[in-house]
Design a protein around this ligand. Structure first.
Ligand code: SAM
Length: 282
């Protein structure tokens, strides 16, 4: 019996039993492995770190897409940075957006996920509103003159090609690309295990946005308790809607969810005390 050992943390490991390895190779940017694991379906790892599993991907993708979408209420132009598996694009396109631009550095992630894990993108790459750009997200936001209502940073952890997506220069360029009232949300790790990541992002967001913060989601394969999703906007009212208002907006959208609901939406902004304390220390 063989096992995949996730090597994200120096002194704690998550292991998956491998039923079958489907793909294993190095791209120009990172090492990609796709395997099948009992109970989780197909799993994508990059440089030894779990990115997405067919079993629990809906938690992360629904929360990082629907919370800002419904909090804002009138998103038309969306920018996704990273997100090569296509799950974020799939969720974003459930809303009446004009265009969703996805900037992914590594074309092979898109190609391999489309081939081996097609249910994750579920046809999103073929949607006429989807625009796929193969480029470094840092460079893209520095150079584009377009504006967005929502920027979703669906990145790897701050190691390898994803490291630049946690820099202040990148966040500042994102802020400059937002329309008035725009929102940026980010993948910000698991605070119990990645405290420094949380503090460092919060210090940067506090300097850049009038309303910086986090919301939480419990993703089984991002182990270690709640993961924090970063939030930045200059419009504070987006985070203060009542459950009734979010329910009214959600019920007007013709899709079903498996994790997200209006109560979870509002509750996700309530942070455990140790996370609040880390924010004070940032
Ligand atoms: N949901 C996942 C998680 O939290 O672990 C993230 C998955 S998604 C597949 C991350 C994507 O970000 C990868 O496909 C990777 O190639 C892409 N990426 C990393 N660095 C990037 C950069 N500088 N610009 C654009 N995309 C980048």
């Amino acid at each position: 019996m063989s096992w995949f050992n996730e090597t994200l943390y120096p002194s704690w490991r998550q292991s998956f039993q491998i039923a079958k390895t489907l793909y294993e190779d190095k791209s120009e940017f990172q090492e990609l492995v796709i395997f099948e694991a009992p109970g989780f379906g197909r799993v994508l790892t990059l440089d030894g770190v779990v990115q997405v599993t067919e079993g629990d991907e809906y938690v992360y993708h629904e929360m990082l897409a629907h919370v800002p979408m419904l909090a804002h209420g009138a998103v038309r132009e969306v920018l996704i940075i990273g997100g090569g598996d296509g799950g974020m694009l799939r969720e974003v396109l459930k809303h009446p957006v004009t265009r969703a631009t996805m900037v992914e550095i590594d074309r092979s992630v898109i190609d391999l996920c489309t081939q081996y894990m097609p249910s994750i993108s579920d046809g999103a790459f073929e949607d006429p509103r989807a625009e796929i750009v193969i480029a470094d997200g840092l460079k893209y936001v520095a150079e584009t003159d377009r504006r967005f209502d929502l920027i979703i940073v669906d990145s790897t952890d701050p190691i390898g090609p994803g490291e630049v997506l946690f820099s202040e220069a990148f966040y500042a360029d994102c802020r400059a690309r937002l329309n008035p009232g725009g929102i940026i949300v980010t993948q910000n790790g698991v605070p119990f295990l990645q405290a420094e990541e949380l503090k460092s992002s919060y210090a940067k967001f506090r300097r850049l946005f009038q309303d910086p913060g986090f919301f939480v989601a419990a993703v089984p394969t991002y182990v270690g308790g709640f993961m924090t999703l970063g939030w930045g906007s200059d419009e504070a009212s987006h985070r203060q809607h009542s459950v009734e208002e979010i329910r009214r907006r959600f019920e007007a959208r013709p899709f079903k969810t498996r994790y997200y609901n209006p109560e979870i939406h509002v509750a996700s902004f309530a942070l455990p005390q140790f996370v609040r304390d880390m924010m004070k220390e940032a």
